[in-house]
Ligand binder design. Structure first.
Ligand code: NAD
Length: 433
């Protein structure tokens, strides 16, 4: 099938490359010239495991191309995915300007029937708005459907190739047929392709992210309570996770959720509910708990150090989670800003996110060349991202490099008992001191 993917970011690039992998002829289009130039020079602008090889292989086979000519990409394709960003507007609602700009471009470049698929995370009613915008420019027949994306950064290629489920909101047989054909190669092991009405598909994406964010905030609050009452979140987690109604996944406490999806999607869902005069008190609390959680690491650090002013803190991990270079709404941002505001200095290390971190902090922090370089002469070490390389470090080297053996761990990577034996003051989440 001839497919255009408009918006070549974390989602669009993965979707385009994975669709090419199963034999489709895919063009990825983006208005960002720098990004397309990088891609045309064989450079992948994001860190995503397995993506480089996938893109290279499909480009070499002639099934995957990149362009800034969005209109041209639309004209030559029977299927058009809209995968542009939907950042939060000032009031928290999803800003649809990019989605609707693409709808205009599609309408202006229709020379035959098409199936248009909204892949971006968009509020209920957006597919209808896209349909209206396209129809303002053309008499051609087209279908619009909603196909929200559930890939996780860090395992995006695998998630797309082997999805837990594929959700499609349709109101036409043509769209149902095309989406079935496109997705059949990825659901051969029996994971479901679930068709539903468009509004339900649009809401499913927000409901899924809101549920996951709720789990995180819930566990973070129980973890704090553990610290107060002398219980251990590691045991409580195991205890509740073995109940099949709860399940073990997504029960780890941490420095608060970040990334490009949970914070903005929770806010957008709150806004949607507000527009329908329905307060979503539960999600308001989830958001409040998360904002507070993002500040807790700094408080733990300040407590362990006594004083942050004039101190140097080594920070391990800048990305919002492991295996990605995405820093959008990363808890590292709050922590580092708090340290700087209180007169401390930061020596940070992340295996892949330093480039994006420079856009956030510029020269206000030192970018270390490796984890141990970050700890050199620092007064304490704070761990924000759960990179594998941080899980079994040389503690002797860390103790030798730090001025004081203090570790504040937002990811509970180490056993407190062992850290005490090694002579560290070790503070983690949900385990009493
Ligand atoms: P991104 O910011 O990485 O990429 C968006 C791209 O769209 C950018 O490259 C931008 O230049 C391009 N763009 C903007 N306007 C355009 C236009 N008019 N024409 C062509 N290109 C245009 O965003 P992302 O993380 O890939 O997210 C895209 C959407 O997918 C969002 O709605 C997001 O909520 C959703 N989503 C993201 C993830 C994720 O993990 N990142 C997962 C599931 C869903």
């Amino acid at each position: 099938m001839n497919v255009a993917v408009v918006g070549t970011g974390y989602v669009g690039l993965v979707v385009g490359a994975c669709l090419a992998e199963t034999g489709n002829d895919v063009v990825c289009a983006d208005v960002n010239r720098d990004k397309i130039e990088l891609l045309n020079n064989g450079i992948i602008p994001i860190h995503e495991p397995g993506l480089d090889a996938l893109v290279a292989r499909n480009e070499a086979a002639g099934r995957l191309t990149f362009t800034t000519d969005v209109g041209g990409a639309v004209t030559r394709s029977e299927v058009v995915f809209i995968a542009v960003g939907t950042p939060p507007d000032e009031d928290g609602s999803a800003d649809l300007q990019h989605v609707l700009a693409v709808a205009d471009t599609i309408g202006q470049h229709m020379t035959g029937p098409k199936v248009v698929i909204t892949k971006s995370t968009v509020p209920v009613g957006t597919a209808a708005m896209v349909r209206d915008r396209i129809a303002q420019h053309t008499e051609e027949t087209f279908a619009v459907c909603s196909n929200p994306e559930f890939l996780k950064e860090g395992s995006a290629v695998n998630d797309f190739m082997k999805p837990d489920r594929v959700i499609v909101g349709v109101d036409s047989d043509r769209a149902r047929e095309v989406l079935t054909e496109l997705y059949e190669p990825y659901i051969r092991t029996g994971n479901p392709l679930i068709f539903m009405d468009i509004a339900s598909a649009e809401l499913t994406k927000y409901a899924a992210n809101a549920m996951l964010a709720t789990r995180i905030s819930f566990m973070n609050q129980i973890a704090e309570l553990c610290e107060r009452v002398g219980a251990d979140i590691r045991l409580v987690r195991k205890g509740i996770g073995s109940d099949p109604r709860i399940g073990p996944a997504f029960l780890f406490p941490g420095p608060g959720y970040g990334g490009s999806c949970f914070p903005k999607d929770v806010r957008a869902l709150l806004r949607t509910a507000d527009d329908h005069e329905m307060p979503l008190g539960l999600l308001e609390a989830v958001e409040r708990v998360n904002a507070r959680q993002k500040r807790r690491m700094f408080h733990k650090l300040a407590q362990a150090l006594g004083e942050v002013t004039g101190r140097t803190i080594a920070v391990w991990g800048l990305a919002f989670k492991a295996e990605t270079d995405d820093m959008r709404e990363s808890p590292a941002i709050e922590l580092i800003e708090d340290i700087l505001e209180h007169g401390g200095t930061v020596r940070a290390f992340d295996p892949v996110a330093a480039g994006n971190a420079r856009r956030v902090f510029g020269d206000r922090i030192v970018y270390a060349t490796d984890p141990y370089d970050a700890t050199e002469g620092a007064d304490a070490l704070a761990i924000v991202t759960e990179w594998l390389a941080f899980r079994n470090p040389d503690f002797g080297r860390i103790a030798g490099a730090l001025k004081r053996p203090i570790i504040v761990d937002g990811r509970n990577l180490y056993r407190p008992e062992r850290m005490a034996e090694l002579g560290f003051t070790y503070r983690c989440i949900g385990v009493p001191d």
